[in-house]
Design a protein around this ligand. Sequence first.
Ligand SMILES: CCC/C=C/C(=O)SCCNC(=O)CCNC(=O)[C@H](O)C(C)(C)COP(=O)([O-])OP(=O)([O-])OC[C@H]1O[C@@H](n2cnc3c(N)ncnc32)[C@H](O)[C@@H]1OP(=O)([O-])[O-]
Length: 728
Amino acid sequence: MEVTRYQSHAVSVIEINHPPVNALSSLVCQALFKEFVEASKDPSVEAIVLCGANGKFCAGADIREFKSTSLMKTISIEDINGNIESCKKPVVAAIEGVALGGGLELALSCHYRVAHIKAIVGLPEVLIGILPAAGGTQRLPRLIGIPAALDMIVRGRHVPATEAFQLGIVDQVVQTNAIDAAVHLAREIIGKPLDNRRLSTLPVQYNINIEDFFDNALKKAKIQFFGAQAPLACIEAVKASVELPFYQGLKKEQELIASLVTTGQPQAQQYAFFSERNAGKWTLPSGEGWDNVSPKIIKTTAVIGLGTMGRGIVTSLSKANISVIALEQDEKQLNQGKKAVISLLEKEAEKLNKQGKSSSFANGLGPVHFTLDFGEIRNVDLVIEAVYENMGLKKKIFQKISKILKPDAFLCTNTSGLDIDEIASVTNRPQNVIGMHFFSPANIMRLLEVVRGCYTSPITIATTMSLGKTLGKVAVLVGNCPLFVGNRMLLPYVEQAGYLLEDGCNPEDVDNALEHFGFAMGPFCMMDLAGLDVGWRSRMEKGLTGDRVPTGTPARQRQGNRYCPIADMLCELGRFGQKAGMGWYKYEKLGGRKASPDPWIRDFLEKYRNTHQIKSHVINSEEIIQRCLYVLINAGFKILEDGIATSPEDIDVIYNNGYGWPKYRGGPMYYAATTGLAKVYETLDRNYKANPDIPSMKPTFLLRKLVAVGEPPLKEWKTQLGNLNNKL
Ligand SMILES: CCC/C=C/C(=O)SCCNC(=O)CCNC(=O)[C@H](O)C(C)(C)COP(=O)([O-])OP(=O)([O-])OC[C@H]1O[C@@H](n2cnc3c(N)ncnc32)[C@H](O)[C@@H]1OP(=O)([O-])[O-]
């Protein structure tokens, strides 16, 4: 039964029961409508309470039912809302757990709302590419005013119960059972007037210049959410609450949602939503996986190395209230690390404070302990090594700690691309060794690549994936290969960006095209931020530049393939990016963030092209996007072929959460599917034939095969490979 009803004296309690989150599916809507009508007609019922089973009010419309072209149901959520709001008997919502999207819209149509202190409310539809189109954009501004409502709706913010009370969204916050409290309130208000509790009948109150306010909001949103259509539609809908009578406002919501669907963005964002949830459902070829391997509970941890990554990881663990011993090799670095962690934790506490939440670290370091003594980590459950990327150093540390730690402790390495098996091979428990590739800043970025080596046991995977979730990360299991998934795909993308400079572009042409596509940052801005010396050092280690390049090697060639040495040349001149005040761009000062195109670079590129007799040509944005993205996508197909990622969805989750890919485009593999695999294949094939010295352009076997079999849906791509390879 999706909806049940029972009576407590004169109060009828209607409970939504649709696990896991009581989403409003068509069946739930029909049942809710029916039960509500019956309760409202029943003469023995004098008041009604709406609630959700299993400690959750309702997470909104059932996203699984959204079809690509229509969001309509036989009975819409707004049909139910209208009925509730106009009911002559008082209706109280008892909010436990979550009241999100259609769930909050349902609660807003009730005459009163009681929330449990731990509940959260919000209208997060914007995050899945739509708007709160069941009256949310019309009722919320009438309840809490335009600025507060707009902020919640445009950002899709989750609001904790205490803040919801301050804003006036809920009438009571209780520490005990919210349903009992709602029933109690319902009894008290029987027979009392309800006219000013029906939000649709109230005027929207404001004392601001509405035209200016919405113009500014639109301008800001166009910058902040560049390219995304849903935030703009949300603003238009809230504006309609002021300009139009309530029922016309509802019509406007419907028009806006219908027009959003035609952009393809809701479909992409809903795909991203479910991909993210599926990423946690890892399964090995052996059948062992998330649903049959139990993780070990991790209570105590240690982090070795307090550089940028280590500090972020310590902060992350501490935020999750997991005890952590932070270890450094000398007093100076320990103190610097400690200062940095304190400052990060203070910022986190401030953030929580603003949300009305308390933190265990508000007045200090919470569960963090700093030490120079390896002996102190002896009894921890799990260690994360976060020293800099040097195989020799990492192996030394792993050898040492595997002798010290208790036998069942887990050993994790934070690396962005080193071989997990080589690191594991020096320990006395390779089955407990795993990669945890955090992204910088590690206390903020949501992505975590969990890297399985060939020895890693299922329980080590389960424990690390579960720890990732506890830390609030989106953990994705990947296989062990140089650079893993995200960075491996980035390599040909950055390489192409270099070739584009040789062929006639300036850095800003490439960045502008890709930022216009929706990336948070183009490749040259990204390199300036990360520091050009990082890639330079790695190329030196690989013998691509520096003393180890054999004499006589042509400047623009390595092992017979095309090579662009421009980044190396900038590094030789000390142009390391933001930290040097110059890189691909110039900056206002050392460490400055405001990039301006540098005439010096233009000059330099022109001379470079002359020296190498390169005929430049005008390159438009479309060519820039295709050249950079298609090689990145091609690398994604190779990763699937090699069994390094479980699915194209996992690759998209990695790009959406760690590489600034615009979520409204779903991710690179989803983008390839919507662009058309044949187009991607043909473009790559043509470009490869013209440039056989760029191997990353050669279409992969999987891409070719998928085109040959008629471009099956993304969910079926992996089945085309059979059991070719699986490193997971
Ligand atoms: C018509 C226009 C007006 C109305 C529009 C709307 O309401 S739009 C909606 C507006 N509402 C939202 O956007 C809310 C979206 N949801 C959330 O933000 C979070 O899921 C959460 C905070 C509710 C729970 O977080 P958590 O970390 O505790 O858990 P978790 O995230 O892992 O999810 C657990 C399971 O529930 C599933 N599932 C969840 N929600 C829905 C749904 N609405 N539908 C269907 N399924 C949903 C989820 O897929 C997963 O399934 P699985 O993999 O087990 O088969």
